[in-house]
Write a protein that binds this ligand. Structure first.
Ligand code: NAD
Ligand code: ISE
Length: 336
């Protein structure tokens, strides 16, 4: 059986997902598209023979849509995800599940009312081979307990509609989630330090930033967030443990050697850096829709990351470098 998929908001990442489902993945087909801009939806739908719907509700309720992918911008996610849950259809929502914990809580309430897991959040770093290898090393106990983690999240540029809090809710949320995944514990506090700003940014943005997190067992995590570095999409992570350190390797395996030394390409964007992870993530989602049991990152994971984002955004907006506590609700048995 082919899973017939409807996509809400096929902008940058949505079109990448359509291309991978159409050309690379098995047992999935995009049959329906909607976007705030109907002409854009038409342009996206035509080459793949998909139908265009006026809005998310019409697409979700279409008889030939088995499952939904939400790739609209963050503040629009809650409405579409809740509508999909209420229609009883599996929904893959790009990160963030929603920009604030309050929105994520409402999604969790709707999902629990429905009585079965329907939501998967697009935390694709959990599917990246490098992060998975770091997790395997930590889980094996070979380097002892993790003590500190150093992360760098660098983008070449960010558009004018990338607003202040998005450094946390749209960018660092990847590290927030993957730290929970690697360390297997929750984050209990967040603080944002604000270094000298780059001149290569829109005036409304503080860039770069350093997000400092602490976990339940006191692991200290720093995340450099620099979304206008002008040179490339550069993701780094090093876990320092009691008897060693383990880090992501170079993104592009080939190393060029010449008179200027040794070098390797830096990825241009998220598609190049995380192509394999996106493919695995969405193939496993399609498989789980077919199998009737959603097993990837859950609404709880979306919520747990959003609570940390809330604290980070408060610190970003506060004077100086203030630390804020992260307070999660008790995890519902539904998500155990
Ligand atoms: P984008 O602006 O390129 O595309 C968003 C699209 O959604 C646009 O076409 C817009 O018209 C449409 N849209 C907005 N609100 C809508 C609504 N209510 N109904 C229907 N359509 C709507 O954005 P993007 O860069 O593709 O990001 C989209 C989402 O994907 C964001 O949540 C972002 O955080 C996430 N994302 C994830 C990754 C990743 O690495 N996992 C990478 C990029 C983007
Ligand atoms: C974007 O939405 C992504 O998810 C990218 O992976 C990230 O690097 C970028 O900062 C976000 O805006």
């Amino acid at each position: 059986m082919t899973v017939r998929i409807g996509i809400i908001g096929p902008g940058g990442i949505g079109r990448s997902h359509i291309a991978r489902i159409t050309d690379k993945l098995a047992r999935g087909r995009v049959v329906a598209v909607t976007d705030l801009d109907p002409a854009h939806a038409q342009r996206v739908a035509e080459p793949i023979g998909a139908s265009v719907y006026a809005d998310d509700a019409a697409l979700i309720n279409a008889d030939d849509v088995d499952a939904v992918i939400v790739t609209s911008f963050g503040p629009a996610h809650e409405g579409s995800v809740v509508r999909a849950i209420e229609a009883g259809k599996p929904v893959f929502c790009e990160k963030p599940l929603a920009p604030t914990a309050a929105e994520c809580l409402r999604i969790m309430e709707a999902e629990q009312r429905g009585g079965r897991r329907l939501v998967q959040v697009g935390f694709m770093r959990r599917y990246d081979a490098g992060y998975r290898e770091i997790k395997a090393v930590l889980d094996s106990g070979g380097v002892g307990e993790a003590l500190m983690v150093h992360n760098r999240h660098r983008n070449p540029s960010s558009p004018e509609n990338y607003l202040e809090g998005m450094s946390i809710t749209d960018t660092a949320i990847h590290e927030i989630d993957v730290m929970r995944f690697l360390l297997g514990e929750e984050i209990v506090s967040a603080r944002v330090d604000k270094p000298k700003r780059t001149t290569n940014r829109f005036p409304h943005l503080s860039d770069p930033l350093v997000l400092v997190l602490r976990t339940t067992s006191d692991v200290l995590i720093d995340v450099e967030i620099f979304v206008n570095n002008t040179y490339g999409y550069d993701i780094q992570c090093e876990v320092v443990a009691e008897r060693g350190a383990v880090a992501l390797g170079d993104q592009n395996a080939t190393v060029r050697t010449g008179a200027a030394g040794r070098s390797n390409r830096i990825a241009a964007d998220y598609n190049e850096r995380f192509e394999a992870a996106f493919n695995t993530e969405l193939q496993e989602w399609i498989n789980s829709v077919q199998g009737g049991e959603i097993v990837g990152p859950s609404s709880w994971d979306g919520y747990a990351a959003a609570v940390v984002c809330d604290a980070g955004v408060r610190s970003l907006r506060a004077d100086g470098s203030q630390e804020f506590a992260v307070e999660l609700i008790e995890k519902p048995a539904f998500y155990a």
